[in-house]
Design a protein around this ligand. Structure first.
Ligand code: SF4
Length: 267
């Protein structure tokens, strides 16, 4: 069976090819945990979307913003708990994922609230764009999960990648990967995406075309790499790397060792 390539695999490769090797070929457990985490989040938001639709259909106005936001958090918690049960996953995922799910719930409550304030009873049909979270997309062997998606009534789509850390140039390549997946799935052109940094509450608008080209080049490289991997390491990241305890390079085993000669895209 052809191995699936995640958009994040392309970024792993950029950061350090050995990491991608450990993740995809050695199937190190950290990856399994991340996959489960991603599946739970996706399912939790699927459930949250359906709860939200039902809730907004039945919503009686007026309502206080505080009450409205609390209801969103309750729906998000219900989605998360149910998703964890469906995957038979440990309850520890509640603690691990609640911040993400609460952040999105609060964001979406405030967003919908702005339409309620402006349009009163008529708000539901006025919501534009519709916001979706954790969208899973697939095209051939490429898979990606978009943090947030703005869907305009005109058909325009804007992908948003949310980052808790600081800006890195490769965030733009990741965003371009999601744009390509959206283009293939929705048969449309995505020119612009947004990077959102939670620490600074700052958005960066990204013109995606040049990064799409870069992404596709890297995608081809990753396919070749997975067919015949070489131990190309990037020592700069070792101290932050989750894989270091499993990594033959970090642990000084005898393997071919190069500094990563790809363009320095790490900001
Ligand atoms: S420990 Fe260093 S060399 Fe090993 S995978 Fe991580 S970044 Fe790469």
């Amino acid at each position: 069976m052809q191995a699936m390539i995640f958009v994040t695999d392309i970024i792993e490769y950029l950061i350090c090819p050995v990491r991608l090797y450990l993740k995809k070929i050695k199937n190190i457990k950290i990856e399994n945990k991340r996959l489960l985490r991603g599946k739970i989040l996706h399912r939790a938001f699927e459930l949250f979307d359906s709860f939200e639709k039902e809730y907004l259909n039945d919503l009686e106005l007026p309502i206080e913003l505080e009450r409205f936001t609390k209801d969103y958090i309750i729906m998000a918690n219900r989605g998360l708990v149910r998703a964890i049960l469906e995957f038979n996953a440990p309850q520890t995922y509640i603690l691990e994922l609640k911040d993400i799910i609460h952040r999105e719930a609060k964001f979406r409550a405030n967003y919908v609230w702005s339409f309620i304030e402006k349009y009163g009873e008529q708000f539901y049909n006025k919501i534009n764009p519709i916001i979706k979270s954790e969208i899973l997309l697939k095209y051939n062997d490429l898979v990606g999960r978009i943090d947030r998606l703005e869907k305009y009534k005109s058909g325009r789509l804007i992908p948003i990648e949310i980052k808790t850390g600081t800006y890195k140039e490769y965030h733009k390549i990741q965003l371009a990967g999601y744009a390509i997946l959206l283009e293939k799935n929705y048969n449309t052109k995505i020119d612009v995406g947004l990077l959102y940094y939670t620490k600074t509450d700052r958005y960066i608008e990204v013109e995606l075309d040049p990064y799409k080209e870069l992404f596709l080049e890297l995608y081809e490289k990753v396919k070749l790499f997975l067919d015949s991997p070489r131990m190309i390491a990037n020592k700069k990241y070792c101290q932050y790397c989750d894989y270091k305890y499993f990594c033959p390079v970090y642990n000084n085993k005898k393997l071919e060792f190069f500094n990563n000669t790809d363009k320095n895209l790490n900001g």
